[in-house]
Ligand binder design. Structure first.
Ligand SMILES: C[S@@+](CC[C@H](N)C(=O)[O-])C[C@H]1O[C@@H](n2cnc3c(N)ncnc32)[C@H](O)[C@@H]1O
Length: 233
């Protein structure tokens, strides 16, 4: 029996180290831990969620695939119901970057313990990259996946120092050879362009500062795109 994960969750699942006892925070249907248990990539998982409805869906998936012995359930906010000695790796996927940062901030043991985190933010990625880099974490790897017209990213995060990220890297991550990287950069170049258009007629000191910051990000993104194109030749 297998669960075919969609590309976004597959990307996050592929970053989970083999053999890890996994905590999946905000598990909802528990598809990710169930798929990895069926593939025998992991021996045990904790499926955690803030709300009862999603946790009931997780229980239904685990029952359906005969995995009850290998999954524990926690109704809790973030990592508050999970202790460091029961997991080797943590996944937080499908949430906003600021929520992910708040969950990690409330659980300093995640850093002290040193185990890897697999983070799959849906928004506020600059804020999350910034928070990680200033709070003792380093992004060891970033991957991209496409579902329909939408591109997603996932980070493999470890404890340690990370060289400071440029404004453009905070938005789009560090340049890599990922085949989706060009489309990913185009997306952020377009978004910063729309944001600049949106404030083009506004006045005031704060708008000027915002415009300058966006222009710096956009020009860095354009440089990264050129660099990425040069790597493709
Ligand atoms: C969009 S679903 C993502 C499900 C799955 N992780 C995925 O990526 O497909 C977000 C889930 O996170 C849960 N959630 C939101 N904030 C949370 C928190 N602070 N702690 C635990 N779970 C949370 C929600 O209840 C919801 O089930």
């Amino acid at each position: 029996m297998r669960i075919e994960l969609k590309p976004r969750l597959r990307m996050a699942a592929d970053l989970v180290p083999a053999g890890a006892r996994l905590a999946d925070v905000g598990t909802d249907h528990a598809y990710l831990p169930a798929a990895l248990l069926l593939e025998e990539k992991i021996p045990f998982a904790i499926a955690a969620d803030l709300r009862r409805g999603p946790l009931d869906r997780a229980r239904a998936t685990v029952r359906e695939y005969g995995l009850t012995e290998k999954v524990a359930f926690r109704l809790c906010d973030g990592l508050t119901g999970i202790s460091p000695d029961e997991t080797d790796a943590v996944v937080i996927a499908g949430m906003g970057g600021e929520t992910i940062a708040a969950i990690l901030k409330a659980a300093p043991w995640a850093r002290e313990r040193g185990g890897p985190l697999i983070l799959q933010p849906m928004s506020s990625m600059p804020e999350l990259r910034d928070w990680l880099s200033t709070n003792g974490y380093r992004i060891a790897e970033e991957r991209l996946a496409r579902e329909g017209d939408t591109l997603y990213t996932a980070f493999l995060v470890r404890v340690g120092e990370m060289p400071p990220l440029t404004p453009a890297e905070l938005w789009a991550g560090k340049n890599s050879c990922d085949p989706l990287r060009g489309a990913w950069l185009d997306q952020w170049i377009a978004k910063t362009g729309w944001a600049l258009e949106g404030i083009s007629r506004a006045r005031g000191e704060r708008t000027t500062a915002r415009r300058r910051a966006l222009e710096e990000v956009r020009s860095g993104l354009i440089d990264m795109k050129k660099e990425w194109e040069a790597w493709q030749q």
